[in-house]
Design a protein around this ligand. Structure first.
Ligand code: NAP
Length: 247
């Protein structure tokens, strides 16, 4: 049976993805960093519906914790066959004058280094050259990679630009190893993330300026992620789906 790791699977887009993948028959690993009750609640929704879920606390920015997480999955379910690199952070909206090195490094440690580390551990388990059976990786980027988030969080946007480059490069590097690597770029999605930027109502503020005149739901992003992981996308790698209402 397929084993999917969803980083940041406890809330928002990761939660919707965890639930959808469980419905599709994956054994689901819900990673989280701080909020154990949220992870437990998501796991309960899955198990109550007859699915299989495991929660693992790990900070993806920490190499040892990432390695321990993958080892725990090996023990519990067998090696990961699908990775959704989803856990991401941003901080208070700000222009560049107020961005400190500490903040920029924190954003990049989770949004970039964390994605790299999880890709590395997944490739070690999926690649034919390590005896793996192949697999699929979806990196959750952002429309911010294209738009740059001026006046809000250029540091966050730049971290997502790095993820698009990771997706392009890794997809070619591991294509002959049976691993597909694709990206999904959400736009303005109703989750708690916007509160981290100091504006919980951000999606409603901008929604009328979007071509589709509305924000997106986490479930709409999860559908794109699940499709890219599935065999229906078997000839697709190094590609991106924008889930941004036309922006
Ligand atoms: P969210 O609601 O804020 O949830 C973030 C999740 O990531 C939580 O499960 C959180 O766990 C986890 N997390 C954060 N830092 C972590 C770390 N270092 N290690 C492990 N887990 C960590 O976020 P979201 O809005 O669903 O966003 C999910 C992804 O979509 C992110 O990559 C984000 O950049 C991207 N995205 C979102 C939007 C949007 O409008 N919402 C738009 C474009 C792109 P804890 O709660 O335990 O800390």
């Amino acid at each position: 049976m397929s084993v999917a790791l969803i980083t940041g699977g406890s809330r928002g887009i990761g939660k919707a993805t965890s639930i959808l993948l469980a419905q599709q028959g994956y054994k689901v690993v819900i990673n989280y960093r701080h909020d154990k009750p949220a992870a437990q609640q998501t796991a309960s929704l899955i198990t109550q519906a007859g699915g299989t879920a495991l929660i693992i606390q790990a900070d993806i920015a920490d190499e040892q914790q990432v390695m321990a997480m993958f080892a725990e999955i090996d023990q519990h379910f067998g090696p990961v066959t699908a990775l959704v690199n989803n856990a991401g952070i941003l901080f208070q909206q700000s222009t560049i004058e107020n961005l400190t090195a500490e903040r920029i490094n924190q954003v990049f440690a989770t949004n970039v280094t964390g994605y790299f580390l999880c890709c590395r551990e997944a490739v070690k388990r999926m690649a034919y050259r390590y005896g793996g059976a192949g697999g699929a990786i979806v990196n959750v980027s952002s429309a911010a990679a294209r738009l740059g988030s001026p006046g809000e969080y250029v540091d966050y946007a730049a971290s997502k630009g790095a993820i698009d480059t990771l997706t392009t490069g890794l997809s070619v590097e591991v294509a002959a190893q049976g691993i597909r690597v694709n990206g999904v770029r959400p736009g303005f999605i109703y989750t708690d993330m916007h509160a981290s930027g100091g504006e919980a109502g951000r999606v409603d503020r901008v929604k009328n300026k979007l071509p589709m005149q509305r924000g997106g739901e986490p479930e709409e992003v999860a559908e794109a992620i699940a499709w890219l992981l599935s065999n229906k996308a078997s000839y697709i790698t190094g590609s991106f789906i924008d889930a941004a209402g036309g922006k």
